[in-house]
Design a binder for this molecule. Structure first.
Ligand code: URP
Ligand code: ZN
Ligand code: ZN
Length: 462
């Protein structure tokens, strides 16, 4: 169906424009300055008083991920639908190599989970948890299959943890093709000692999840990852950065011109160690790694977003229900499944940063859509409102008020990390490849509309 979106303010990473957007079959056909002659279309959407944005791109989600003896509770179907409600039109999820299995078999498995189930388009990164000759060779095959970013862990010994030597080998392999290594940078060996000490002292409450993963150990691991990446000449992307010490390491590397990039997540911008310390085991709802930090880290992260030392905001959406999920860790915080829900509210929470004067309007779009597209080889198909790009478009009402709550959200999880938070702004309409999937409080999409995106290389490499 051809659509004219008229009367709105088009917001892109480079500024705002009063323009009308013409959508044809799946693609944007034209962006016309207000007043220009517009073609006849089958449908006209009046966006007067609204922003017209490129659809959000969340490059860090975990749908139906096996983890901590359980599995994240959003499927590709429910999670991508919730994403669309919140103005996200592309996710890049993580396929997870289990130890002793191959990368290609893992990729097949994740294709089988997502194929025919997604409401919006999707791609994959690959989690490498078993570095050996076969895995290293398979990395090239993953790249040919459109998966050219590999997440590794300096945390979780015995599960995903890789030694510095293994990381170096994988980085060298990635570097040969220009692929990016994504790093979960926390010193898991030291953390495990602190966890054992806390439990031995009888400290079992959720807040100890935060207290046993101090920011210094994120800073140290981030510096080490940067050093290993420099030696291997490998592009490095630090995931879910939460601590000012880690940000300082990233900023220093970027100042030297190294290909080092980082993302943070809304939970680190809005929530803190105080939430982990909520009484009656409520703190379990906020257990994720790295942990929520003392409040004073938040200003550094907002500043990092403005200075581009933090280039992307993703969600690390990894939802576990409170009942029967988080509750697995009653009496032992180390058994609480790690991860928080968020895929639905990233655009809204970042818009709240615009309202509060922390981000400019174009920077909102840049960190939530345009840079993720460039960082992970999707631009200009995604991440921009321009002729020829996919018609992934969000019409956003900047004046609307909403209250975030588990009673009204669409994620398949029984709590909201932002329960009762009143915010300004909300998605009115979401288009995915020209198809209206959300409109005025109604879901009009369909399971299986979303297609797999084979991605190119990072478009920021020097
Ligand atoms: O606690 C988290 N972040 N869970 C998801 C897995 C990861 O490390 O990203
Ligand atoms: Zn991680
Ligand atoms: Zn994650």
């Amino acid at each position: 169906m051809s659509i004219l979106i008229t009367g709105g303010t088009v917001v892109t990473a480079s500024g705002t424009l009063d323009a009308d957007v013409v959508v044809g079959s799946e693609k944007i056909v034209a962006v016309l300055p207000r007043g220009a002659t517009v073609p006849e279309t089958e449908r006209v959407i009046d966006a007067t008083g609204k922003y017209v944005l490129p659809g959000g791109i969340d490059v860090h989600t975990h749908m139906e991920m096996p983890f901590g003896g359980t599995s994240s509770v959003d499927t590709f179907e429910t999670g991508t639908r919730a994403a669309a409600w919140g103005g996200t039109t592309t996710i890049v999820d993580f396929a997870v190599q289990a130890k002793g299995t191959s990368l290609l078999a893992t990729l097949d498995k994740w294709h089988a989970k997502a194929d025919g189930n997604c409401a919006i388009d999707y791609g994959f990164h690959m989690i490498v948890s078993d570095v050996n000759d076969t895995t290293l060779k398979e990395m090239d095959a993953c790249i040919s299959a459109g998966v050219n970013s590999f997440k590794m862990f300096m945390a979780y010994p015995g599960v995903f943890y890789a030694t510095d030597g293994e990381i170096l080998l994988a980085m060298q392999q990635a570097a040969r093709s220009g692929a990016t290594v994504m790093m979960h940078a926390e010193n898991g060996i030291a953390i495990d000692q602190l966890v054992a000490q806390a439990l031995a002292a009888g400290h079992t409450d959720p807040v100890y999840h935060g207290l046993t993963r101090p920011p210094e150990l994120e800073g140290e691991a981030t510096s080490r990852a940067i050093t290993l990446a420099a030696v291997a000449a490998c592009p490095l992307y630090i995931v879910h950065l939460s601590a000012r010490q880690a940000l300082a390491a990233v900023a220093e590397a970027r100042d030297t011109g190294q290909n080092v990039f980082a993302e943070t997540c809304p939970q680190y911008l809005y929530l803190s160690l105080d939430d982990l310390a909520r009484p009656d085991f409520e703190g379990a709802k906020f257990v994720a790694s790295p942990p929520l930090r003392p409040k004073d880290h938040q200003d550094s992260l907002w500043r990092g977003l403005r200075t581009n030392d933090l280039s992307v905001v993703s969600t690390d959406h990894c939802p576990f229900c409170f009942k029967d999920g988080k509750e697995l860790g009653r009496g032992d915080f180390s058994k609480i499944p790690n991860g928080m829900p968020g895929v639905e509210h990233r655009m809204d929470l970042l818009h709240q940063g615009v309202v509060a004067g922390q981000l400019s309007l174009p920077r909102w779009v840049e960190v939530a859509s345009t840079t993720p597209a460039r960082m992970f080889g999707l631009y200009p198909r995604k991440g921009v409102i321009a002729a020829g790009s996919d018609a992934d478009i969000v019409i956003y009402d900047p004046q609307a008020r909403q209250t975030l709550s588990a009673a009204t959200h669409h994620m398949n999880v029984d709590y909201s990390a932002y329960e009762g938070l009143e915010i300004t702004g909300r998605v009115v309409t979401t288009l995915s490849r020209g198809r209206v999937v959300i409109d005025d409080g109604q879901y009009l999409g369909s399971t299986g509309h979303g297609t797999f995106l084979a991605r190119g290389l990072n478009q920021y490499l020097l």
